[in-house]
Design a protein around this ligand. Structure first.
Ligand code: CXF
Ligand code: ZN
Length: 371
């Protein structure tokens, strides 16, 4: 079949929205009609060459949800007509991590920027017959995607699919970082540096955990205003050393129990680290450009303050377990999803969506297919 797709062809250029050929699903694969796909900053890093992918052309998009239209003979537990959320890390189900329920650490994870399907072959081809990759083995910026069953999670049909798409990346990344990585407890204090797609969900994750003080830090005032709606109790536009000072003032000179670095780790990590209380946690949820190869923390400070610096991908929890759980929280009214969507776009407007993200106008832009 032919399917309209947003294809990454050249570094620094807009995505090319074009029809490509999509082959039918193989044995363990599904054909999914995308209903919605979120505009996460990660794809933007790829477009600008800040994060390398192994090949071009490649269909970008890794935060998607849709309806299953066809299943391969070897697919178990997912049927035609099912609603699915696609996961940017597959869960092969066999590696040491998956067998422990830690699908976010799946041994296949390092291959998600390579381009081919999980089985190493291609389902997408362009007009010249060249293979076209799929970012994160998904390629969600397309009307249809063929993905392995390892990259799909069936969800209940009562959840609107534009909201379901959000629990494919930003929501679990942020909420999970608070709940499952830092394990924020009732009464704790929290700092969130960078209140975009991940950071705003750290704010609401910390609120769900019962944090008493949630300090939002961003350079865009509108994001601090949004953060209040998601549970932030304090906000600051300060950055660098001024951010550390502001947070210490707000916490009686002690610092926060947990700091989350959700943007620009090289510049924000040290101020966040120094704004953290002794024995506290510093959690990095943000992607770093390839050009950044180290972060600087004075080792003596680390030693004497006994703080923990941690990474969290997918909120440090299995998307297989966490996605249905997050959707239950949404159904119970505890988790905000619709409020995260700032603007909706048709696929043809994907580049406008990224321009809006770049300009700080969007918390989450969402592509809605068929619009
Ligand atoms: C990223 C994490 C690194 C690889 C691509 C996807 N996750 C979310 O944006
Ligand atoms: Zn993402």
């Amino acid at each position: 079949m032919q399917t309209l797709s947003a294809v990454f062809r050249d570094v620094g250029s807009p995505l090319s929205v074009e029809r490509i050929t999509l082959d039918p699903p193989k044995d363990t694969e599904l054909l999914v009609r995308l209903v919605a796909a979120g505009l996460c900053r990660t794809d933007y890093h790829v477009m600008r060459g800040e994060r390398r992918v192994a090949m071009r052309p490649m269909v970008l998009g890794h935060e998607g949800a849709g309806v299953v239209e066809e299943v391969g003979a070897g697919v178990a537990g997912i049927r035609r007509g099912d609603h699915v959320v696609l996961t940017f890390i597959p869960g092969c189900g066999r590696c040491r991590w998956c067998t422990k329920g830690l699908h976010h650490l799946c041994a296949e994870g390092p291959r998600i920027t390579q381009g081919p399907q999980l089985d190493g072959t291609y389902r997408r081809h362009d007009g010249e017959g060249q293979p076209v990759g799929a970012f994160c083995m998904i390629g969600a910026f397309a009307e249809h995607a063929v993905v392995d069953q390892a990259s799909a999670i069936a969800i209940d049909k009562d959840i609107p699919l534009d909201l379901a798409a959000l629990v494919a990346c930003g929501v679990p990344a942020g909420v999970g970082a608070a709940r499952h990585r830092a394990r924020v407890k009732p009464g704790d204090s929290v700092l969130v540096v960078g209140c975009g797609g991940d950071g705003m969900n750290v704010v609401q994750g910390a609120r769900l955990c019962g944090a008493a003080k949630i300090i939002a830090a961003d350079i865009v005032q509108a994001k601090l205003d949004w953060a209040r709606d998601f549970g932030a109790t304090h906000g600051t536009l300060a950055r660098g050393e001024a951010l550390t000072r502001a947070v210490l003032e707000m916490t009686d000179g002690v610092g926060v129990d947990h700091a989350f670095v959700c943007i620009d780790p090289p510049e924000t990590l040290l101020p966040a680290f120094r704004a953290t209380a002794k024995a506290g946690n510093v959690v990095v949820t943000a992607l770093t450009p390839d050009s950044v190869t180290e972060i600087r923390i004075p080792p003596l400070e680390l030693f004497v303050t006994q703080k923990a610096i941690m990474g969290a991908v997918y909120g440090f929890m299995s998307p297989r377990l966490q996605i249905p759980e997050l959707l239950s929280l949404y159904r119970d009214g505890a988790l905000k999803l619709g409020e995260l969507i700032t603007r909706r776009y048709g696929l043809a407007d994907v580049n406008r969506g990224y321009a809006d993200l770049d300009a700080g106008r969007n918390l989450r832009g969402v592509i809605v297919f068929g619009d």
